[in-house]
Design a binder for this molecule. Structure first.
Ligand SMILES: Nc1nc2c(ncn2[C@@H]2O[C@H](COP(=O)(O)OP(=O)(O)OP(=O)(O)O)[C@@H](O)[C@H]2O)c(=O)[nH]1
Ligand SMILES: [Mg+2]
Length: 226
């Protein structure tokens, strides 16, 4: 992959044909080092990715956590940006995520929806549960590690590849994001945030069931205490 950037953008997808093309066009303004990790989509996701001339690999059908690890194993870039494929993330914030890593000021930078605002955290019961959970977990993390984080769950983030490899994530599914933050803090890596707005998913369907919230809590406390 020829590139004009020092980072790689990894985009996990399952059936995101309606949005992935637009996302790839936007990301291309910041890097040509883009990798789609597909979870065996049965729509036209891969067709669109191919049309855009972007490389893709398949995950092991185990969930988003597995997909992120598959992606990282395929890049030699020092900095990795994770971006969802459903149009929820503000692509123009990529430089804000990468900058603290380049300057040596952080090892993991998370885009905070609490600081940047979200169209997905207010209004309905499901959104209320997500918002409350997000705030609750951040408060507990801050108490233990004396940090000032507001959102440990957002998938839009950048991390040093070496750090990603060192913390040896094991989460298979959506708990990978909180696990990444906790393992960084446990290993004394610096975790910071930048404000980033979250939009409502533009099309397609959510792969995360809000009722999986209990799984998040269980996984969080297991990781927190052990
Ligand atoms: N490769 C791969 N990608 C996945 C998997 N699960 C989810 N994704 C992708 O990960 C991103 C986040 O999933 P979403 O379904 O949007 O989860 P969410 O943002 O919590 O839910 P929404 O509120 O609906 O946006 C999307 O780009 C999905 O296509 C998986 O098992 N494998
Ligand atoms: Mg989403």
């Amino acid at each position: 992959m020829d590139t004009f950037s020092d980072f790689c953008v990894i985009i996990p997808t399952i059936n995101e044909a309606e949005t992935i093309g637009e996302i790839l066009d936007k990301v291309k303004k910041y890097t040509d080092n883009i990798l789609v990790v597909d979870g065996h989509s049965n729509d036209d996701t891969i067709k669109v990715v191919n049309q855009k001339g972007i490389k893709h690999v398949l995950d092991n059908k185990k969930g988003k956590g597995d997909a992120l690890r598959v992606g990282v194993s395929q890049t030699d870039k020092d900095i990795i940006v994770f971006l969802d494929a459903d149009g929820s993330h503000e692509v123009s914030d990529i430089p804000k995520l990468v900058e603290p890593l380049r300057e040596g000021k952080a090892d993991l930078v998370v885009g905070s929806r609490i600081l940047g605002g979200s169209d997905e955290l207010h209004g309905t019961f499901n959104k209320f549960v997500r918002n409350t959970g997000t705030n609750f977990l951040a408060v507990i993390v801050n108490k233990k590690w004396k940090t000032e984080l507001s959102d440990i769950e957002n998938g839009f983030r950048a991390i040093r590849r070496q750090v990603f490899e060192q913390i040896q994530l094991s989460a298979q599914g959506f708990t990978v994001e909180q696990e990444m933050v906790l393992r960084c803090l446990k290993n004394k890596f610096t975790v910071t945030e930048v404000a980033s707005h979250e939009y409502a998913r533009k099309s397609g369907y959510s792969k995360l069931k809000t009722m999986q919230g209990f799984k998040f809590l269980l996984h969080f406390f297991k990781e927190f205490f052990l």
